[in-house]
Design a protein around this ligand. Structure first.
Ligand code: NAD
Ligand SMILES: NCCCC=O
Length: 463
């Protein structure tokens, strides 16, 4: 689909059980070659792939924008965090290793960090190229092969990544792409030659993936949904807090897992903050996402647009006040008349029990709530089954650290929101998932440790 035009541009055949098996077998063959390469050799190939992504950045960003609807300005940032991820793991590939342990009598042991084998990546539609890069870079750096299934809504850009890996010199089949939806994903998770599944998507699908993988005792990484709190204290730099709240809610049309959609504002600055955030939200340029100055494009598809608008209707019925936006939008350009556009929405008078405050909307809808004390806001911020991200704006640095130490979230931002340095681990607490992407720790999620115990003397048998 092209969300900008509301039209189909290409169709892909879904991979069935046979095609999934072919992909896994060719990944398995490539794994035999790749696992024998030294870290330095793998690093060189990943660096070359990163270079090609940088070189083709505009082309990849354009494809991403056409298929997903996000502004090309943002898509370029996604592509940056993609090649940066490849560079980061290329840098770590050569230094992966185990340890040497001295034992009594001159005996010793050592550990080897070894790849898992064929890993499966399953992606969501909001960051197609970035998700494929964040999964494949650490997987390949550790010596694994990967079969990746993008979302059927955004099947295109992952194919460019496969092309780039091949051009950079990975063995044929090392990074394979299969297309399809739930059925294809299930075949992948159940395949006996698959060693691990890394999934990005919703909580309900994450549960199913975990169940399927458990049948083969396969480890899983789950990057799931969220309903993250953003806490704005009255001593903050208000301009930065407003910018932070916009970053926390309106990137990629609000279709972002870690968005800080529950914006808690301390009562003393509630009116001033709300007035400014509404003013800035009304200024967001909606339109053709391929134009340089557009900052919000169409949502992913019609049914998702209706789903998001439904949340706004329900919020009104439950007593929230629409302070701006929340309507269907038809851009002036006639070619965009069938696109899935809506105006970004700020909801005031929100209460903790409202549906818009409790459920992940995955659209451009910010809910503003007021609070009085630190203890109260912490209690309310943590009162959710999700735990992906959280943010705090304050000039009091002691309070900032005290608050993030209490927040039940895998990623916490102090005086910023939704930045993604690849050097830092990303992932959730509670029902937002487990395992991490990015950062040094992710090596542990794509490798296994072998212990070798070496006897230097005679065997002392108990028999
Ligand atoms: N935590 C993160 O890093 C992160 C990042 C992006 C999106 N998300 C979450 O993803 C969700 C939106 O994405 P979505 O609508 O594509 O999610 P989704 O769960 O509907 O689909 C995700 C992927 O899973 C596949 N799939 C669906 N059913 C399956 C099954 N039974 N077995 C195997 N695979 C199956 C889909 O085809 C798709 O590729 C939101 O909840 C969002 O918060 C999380
Ligand atoms: N840039 C990270 C976004 C991942 C969640 O949707």
């Amino acid at each position: 689909f092209i969300p900008i035009l509301g039209r189909v541009i290409a169709t892909f055949l879904c991979s069935g059980e046979k095609e999934v098996d072919l992909a896994v077998q060719s990944a398995k063959a490539a794994f035999k070659i790749w696992r024998k390469k030294s870290g330095m050799e793998r690093s060189r190939i990943l660096l070359e792939a990163a270079r090609i992504i940088r070189e083709r950045k505009d082309e990849i960003a354009t494809v991403e924008t056409i298929n997903n609807g996000k502004s090309v300005f943002e898509a370029r940032l996604d592509i940056d965090t993609s090649w940066q991820c490849l560079e980061y793991y290329a840098g770590l590939a050569a230094s992966m290793g185990g340890e040497h342990v001295q034992l009594p009598g001159g005996s010793f042991g050592y550990t080897r960090r070894e790849p898992l084998g064929v890993c499966v990546g399953i992606g969501a539609w909001n960051y197609p190229f970035q998700i494929a890069s964040w999964k494949s870079a650490p997987a390949l750096a550790c010596g694994n092969a990967m079969v990746f299934k993008p979302s059927p809504f955004t099947p295109v850009s992952t194919l460019l990544l496969a092309e780039i890996y091949t051009e950079a010199g990975v063995p044929p089949g090392l990074f394979n792409v299969v297309q399809g939806g739930a059925a294809t994903g299930q075949f992948l998770c159940q395949h006996r030659d698959v060693a691990k599944v890394s999934f990005t998507g919703s909580v309900p699908t994450g549960k199913k993936i975990m169940e399927l993988a458990s049948k083969g005792v396969k480890p899983v990484t789950l990057e799931l949904g969220g309903k993250s709190p953003l806490i704005i204290f009255s001593d903050c730099d208000i301009e930065n807090a407003v910018r932070g709240a916009m970053m926390a809610n309106f990137l990629t049309q609000g279709e972002v897992c870690c968005n800080g959609t529950r914006v808690f504002v301390q009562r003393e600055i509630l009116d001033k903050f709300t007035e400014e955030v509404v003013k800035q939200t009304k200024k967001i340029k909606i339109g053709d996402p391929l134009e340089e100055d557009t900052r919000m494009g169409p949502l992913i598809n019609r049914s998702h647009l209706q789903h998001v608008l439904g949340f706004i209707e329900q919020a009104k019925n439950e007593g929230a006040k629409v302070l701006c936006g929340g309507d269907l939008c038809v851009p002036e350009d006639p070619k965009l008349k069938d696109g899935y556009y809506m105006t970004p929405c700020v909801l005031g008078n929100c209460k903790d029990g409202m549906t818009c405050v409790k459920e992940e909307i995955f659209g451009p809808v910010m809910s503003i709530l007021s609070f009085d004390t630190e203890a109260e806001v912490l209690e309310r911020a943590n009162d959710t089954n999700f735990g992906l991200a959280a943010g705090v704006f304050t000039r009091d640095i002691q309070r900032a650290h005290r608050v993030v130490a209490e927040l039940q979230a895998g990623v916490c931002y102090i005086n910023n929101y939704n930045v993604s340095p690849v050097e830092l681990p990303f992932g959730g607490y509670k029902m937002s998932g487990f395992g991490r992407e990015n950062g040094r720790v992710t090596i542990e999620y794509y490798s296994q440790l072998k212990t070798i115990c070496v006897e230097m003397g005679d065997v002392e048998s108990v028999f």
